[in-house]
Design a binder for this molecule. Structure first.
Ligand code: AAO
Length: 490
């Protein structure tokens, strides 16, 4: 289930975090035009509505039932989004939360179902007491995970108080697989599986075995759903990312952490060390990995990584370098983060506003309007979206023509399909590079709006065309400071 399906020539996914289905439906035209393969959407199921703090993003990770109503939209809007996007060749991945239901307390969910977590009652599914792990299975004093070094606790106890479903139960497997088969029938292409560290691989295997093939209106007969599993493995715990790779892809959190450290120059790291980036850095094999620079958790200090490491849109220049490297390199299935803005405020290592939900009012999400100050839309940044095109142009062509200065200046090609130079030092430099590209003139896609001739039409910022001669050599001046990169592709 680890292999994914994209329209020919496309590869990259984008997480449109907390976007409404209707807005994603509109965005798919832009995504299709710019070569994106797929969208990861926020959880689709009915969730708890939390008022203290008011309507945090994380309420979406507390299922109340498997009904389709949330602040992103209803079932009809979801179906309309999937079919419009699929018709444009942009596929949908659903964020699936199956490890647990809500934290303690009771109330009414986003689609009208009541629940009482204290009696483990979720009539909207329905789930009752027998469908959750019991104290005989968990055995910690408060029923919560207390020690990540104990794999049994991690999988049978509650993650931060979230009622822990019994994945070994036939009934639970039936309910969760029925729920996954619903969006599969509607036409989604795959799932991000939340909190897989907290589920037994064997239970996931049983669940995946019950999934239908993708809808043949859009996918070849017999296509299995694409599965990528969230497992945070920074190397220090008994549960390993590799325990799950036989089931599908796995999130590789070391990828974003390592690139963050290198670009920030933490602990003496340098760009030139990236010449063998990937598996030999202790990361999963690229064909098992789902990769990203940041995700919705670690951009606000949840999950793993840390503010001094993980790069986000808040540090835009370094963030663009990280994304450019990730998209130019050949490793993993790349997912771009697309965020909303919030007043991040780090006090003693914690973002006191880490809970804040998407732009809007009273728990109702505002329309996504890119670049209005509320919606960051990293996926539309020229330096990122043009590198998605570079990535597509180079798909399947190995890294070639590596060059570095031993410090923080590197260059590499993609076997005649693309070439990038990155300068993470304080001054510009100019030299002749062996690019491996066919002779011709190429537009710098980092600084110019398009890759046509005449190069770009963005006026001042566009650094224009570069000429590659008959032996693949090009004289390139690489700026420093803002956007210190030159990227050329066929
Ligand atoms: C909310 C409230 C809680 C409340 C709860 C129940 O915030 O205070 O108790 O409701 O009422 C999200 C939010 C949670 C939120 C939850 C439900 O992040 O704050 O709880 O929704 O609303 C672990 C899991 C990983 C998980 C991550 C956040 O393993 O699966 O925590 N991510 C996913 C989602 C996430 C979501 C959930 C799961 C739940 O992406 O958005 O939660 O559906 C270690 C472990 C990791 C562990 C982290 C954090 O990491 O290895 O497995 O992640 O700790 O606990 C270094 C280490 C690294 C370590 C890290 C942090 O980096 O190298 O290994 O430090 O110590």
């Amino acid at each position: 289930l680890g292999s994914y399906y994209c329209q020919t020539g496309r590869d990259v996914a984008v997480h449109l975090f907390e976007w409404k289905w209707a807005d994603i439906e509109k965005e798919c035209s832009w995504l299709a035009e710019h070569g994106y393969c797929a969208v990861q959407v926020s959880p689709v199921h009915e969730n708890r509505v939390i008022t203290n703090p008011p309507y945090p993003w994380y309420q979406r990770y507390q299922p109340v039932s498997y009904k389709m109503g949330s602040r992103s939209g209803n079932d009809a809007q979801f179906r309309s989004m999937v079919s419009t996007c699929n018709n444009l060749g942009v596929f949908i991945y659903v964020d699936g939360v199956f490890n647990h239901m809500t934290g303690g307390g009771s109330g009414v969910g986003s689609d009208g179902s009541s629940f009482n977590a204290d009696s483990k009652s979720y009539p909207g599914v329905p789930y009752g007491e027998n469908d959750f792990h019991e104290s005989a299975e968990c055995q910690t004093s408060n029923g919560e995970i207390q020690d990540y070094n104990d794999a049994n606790q991690v999988r049978n106890c509650m993650l931060v108080g979230l009622r822990d479903l019994k994945g070994s139960s036939e009934y639970v497997r039936g309910m969760t697989s029925d729920f996954m088969n619903y969006p599969i029938g509607v036409g989604v292409a795959g799932f991000r599986m939340d909190a897989c560290k907290h589920m037994w691989p064997g239970d996931l295997e049983a669940l995946y075995g019950r999934l239908n093939n993708l809808n043949t209106q859009w996918f070849p007969a017999g296509t299995r759903p694409y599965i990528y599993q969230e497992v945070i493995d920074m190397g220090s715990e008994p549960i390993k990312a590799s325990d799950y790779t036989y089931l599908g892809r796995v999130t590789e959190f070391l990828h974003g952490k390592n690139l963050g450290d290198v670009i920030r120059k933490n602990n003496g790291q340098r760009l030139s060390y990236l010449s063998n980036f990937g598996e030999s850095w202790g990361q999963l094999s690229g064909t098992d990995a789902l990769v990203f620079i940041d995700n919705h958790d670690n951009q606000r200090g949840h999950g793993a990584g840390g503010f001094g490491t993980i790069l986000t849109f808040f540090e835009a220049n370094m963030y663009k370098i990280a994304n450019a490297f990730e998209l130019a390199w050949q490793y993993g299935h790349v997912r771009i983060m697309s965020s909303y803005n919030w007043p991040r405020n780090i006090v003693n290592g914690v973002d006191v506003n880490d809970w804040m939900g998407p732009p809007g009012n009273g728990g109702v999400t505002a329309d996504a309007v890119c670049f209005n100050g509320d919606w960051i839309c990293e996926h539309r940044w020229r330096q990122i979206s043009n590198m998605v095109r570079f990535h597509n142009a180079a798909l399947g062509y190995p890294v070639s023509n590596w060059w570095d200065n031993g410090g923080d200046r590197i260059a590499f090609g993609r076997s005649g399909r693309g070439f990038i130079v990155i300068n993470n030092e304080g001054s510009e430099f100019s030299q002749s590079f062996s690019t491996g590209l066919p002779a011709g003139t190429y537009c710098d896609v980092i600084s110019c709006d398009n890759n046509r001739s005449p190069c770009g039409n963005s006026g001042g910022s566009c650094r224009g065309e570069f000429t590659v001669d008959g032996s693949g050599m090009a004289q390139i001046t690489v700026p420093s400071g803002e956007d210190p990169m030159i990227a050329l592709h066929v």
